[in-house]
Design a protein around this ligand. Structure first.
Ligand code: IMP
Ligand code: MG
Length: 175
């Protein structure tokens, strides 16, 4: 497979993550504490950077889902692999996603979090493919809107490859 072509540079990502952290810190200044719920695996790097730049008390939980289907097509059916372990009842939950494509995964996760009776639930995603949206779901904190390409890096993979690139790049799945 050829090297991914840079779409969003490391510097652009780091600047944007800092801005998001600042905005979130301001918005939740009176909340006391927030629970960041990272969606495995793709959010692990974004979550690590974001969490360390927040100026407010936070705890970390992880959740794992898989969408039925393989390769670069999301089928719309979401399967829960691992729920949060900690008690998030009456807490302010911020779901941290790598990328919102059709929106099915995030929609499902918002509903799942609601079922734990938190004080509030919002979503933060580094990247969104707005043109591919199939369901309406609010991403309160968004890093970047991109087109329809498949992207890798900064946590994102194609067939488990390229997750640790410091930038977000485009691969053509046919390579
Ligand atoms: P959705 O349910 O269609 O919004 O799909 C969201 C999930 O599909 C994301 O959390 C990713 O795991 C995966 N995904 C969608 N597009 C990409 C991409 O371009 N690169 C890597 N993973 C992607
Ligand atoms: Mg994901």
């Amino acid at each position: 497979m050829s090297d991914p072509v840079v779409l969003i540079s490391e510097e652009e990502i780091q600047t944007r993550v800092g801005e998001l952290a600042e905005q979130i810190s301001q918005d939740y200044a009176d909340a006391g504490e927030i629970v960041l719920v990272g969606v495995l695996k793709g959010s692990f790097i974004f979550l690590a950077d974001l969490a360390r730049r927040l100026a407010i008390p936070r705890t970390i939980e992880f959740i794992a889902v898989s969408s039925y289907g393989t390769g670069s097509r999301s089928s719309g059916a979401v399967r829960l692999v691992m729920d949060v372990r900690g008690n998030i009842e009456n807490k302010h939950v911020l779901i941290v996603e790598d990328i919102v494509d059709t929106g099915h995964t995030l929609k499902y996760l918002m509903g799942l979090m609601e079922s734990h009776r938190p004080a509030s639930v919002r979503a933060c995603a580094l990247v969104r493919k707005a043109e591919r949206a199939e369901v309406d779901v609010e991403v309160k904190y968004l890093g970047f809107d991109i087109g329809e390409q498949w992207v890798v890096g900064y946590g994102l993979d194609y067939a488990e490859q390229n997750r640790t690139l410091p930038y977000i790049g485009v691969v053509s799945p046919d390579d």
